[in-house]
Design a protein around this ligand. Structure first.
Ligand code: NAD
Length: 311
């Protein structure tokens, strides 16, 4: 039996990961402050005897009595709207929260997984982005609270690995979407879906020529699962290498929702990245992983879920 403590387990990705690990027979202790997560995300998991939930801010010390094989650290506001609303909390969970997670892993002799991000590459000057690229981050721009927190978290995890020999896994996750996203979390896919379902105009930033690469959540969780089972202790990109201009994404959501919405164009946020696309050579080679779900299918599944859950 494998037992894991999952920070941020009541969030979008954390709840999908907990569900997948429970299905694989793991015992899960979920720690979440609910700053951006929701208890609806784990309502079905609460029925499972192998799942326990504690509401706790992971920047503060926590004790766990039982043995642990893994500490999976996903806690952090993740959408730009959320981390701009909670800038200090975001820096703290990347720094103090990661430190607490590592201390617990060390005490228990457990391995540590860090949910890092493509944002460590900032507004990249290299395209697509391989793991060897060091990034182009504005250290004092509005997005720095997230980008630098994750860069620090990666450095701390790596230092613990080198100094104390803790086994580690670091996933650099690119934009992921799917059922379970919070209505109004500000990310492009839920924003467009919510607007399309109301037949309201879809608000595209700038001219919408900037690109994003969107991974369906089931694919991402499969990638994380394979990473956990691998022995790769350096960062690995997990994301969909299919690049889509944001205006095409808006039109695809509108079509998949059967909506009559128009597209309207608004100012772009400061330091909004121009292009994003993962180089997933490492994940293909070491995890035998690549995304399987087409954007049109993933959008249909997400829209069907949103119709039931949001309306
Ligand atoms: P989310 O906001 O839905 O989930 C984050 C969870 O962490 C929430 O449940 C929140 O309440 C919890 N949390 C935040 N600070 C906490 C604290 N101090 N103590 C305890 N719990 C805390 O976001 P998500 O999309 O599920 O992201 C999960 C992780 O994956 C984050 O670390 C994020 O940086 C990373 N990530 C996500 C994406 C994506 O596209 N979804 C992309 C890159 C990286």
């Amino acid at each position: 039996m494998t037992r894991a403590l999952v920070t941020g387990g009541a969030g979008f990705l954390g709840s999908h990961l907990c569900r997948r690990l429970l299905e694989s027979g793991w015992d899960i202790v979920c720690l979440d402050s609910l700053i951006t997560g929701r208890d609806e995300n784990i309502a079905d998991l609460m029925e499972n005897r192998r799942f326990t939930f504690q509401r706790h801010d992971v920047t503060r010390p926590f004790r766990e009595e039982s043995d642990l094989d893994w500490v999976l650290h996903l806690a952090s506001p993740a959408s730009p709207k959320d981390y701009l609303t909670h800038p200090i909390e975001t820096l703290e969970v990347g720094a103090l929260g990661t430190r607490q997670a590592l201390s617990l892993a060390r005490e228990k002799g457990a391995a540590l997984f860090l949910a890092s991000t493509s944002e460590v590459y900032g507004d990249p000057l290299v395209h697509p982005q391989p793991e060897t690229y060091w990034g182009n981050v504005n250290p004092v721009g509005p997005r720095s609270v997230y980008d630098e927190a994750k860069r620090f978290a990666e450095a701390l995890v790596t230092a613990y690995h080198r100094t104390h020999g803790i086994p580690v896994r670091i996933a650099r996750i690119f934009n992921t979407y799917g059922p379970g996203m919070r209505r109004g979390d500000g990310r492009a896919v839920p924003t467009f879906i919510e607007q399309a379902l109301r037949d309201a105009p879809l608000t595209v930033h700038g001219e919408g020529r900037q690109t994003r690469a969107l991974c369906f959540v089931d694919d991402l969780i499969e990638g994380v699962w394979r990473l956990l089972r691998s022995d790769v202790q350096t960062p690995v990109n997990l994301g969909n290498p299919e690049e889509v201009p944001v205006r095409e994404l808006a039109a695809a959501v509108r079509d998949a929702a059967g909506s009559g919405s128009s597209l309207v164009f608004e100012d772009r946020p400061e330091d909004d990245p121009e292009r994003r696309r993962p180089d997933i050579t490492m994940a293909r080679k070491h995890l035998d992983w690549e995304p399987q779900v087409k954007l049109s299918d993933g959008l249909k599944a997400t829209i069907a879920w949103a119709r039931k859950s949001w309306l």
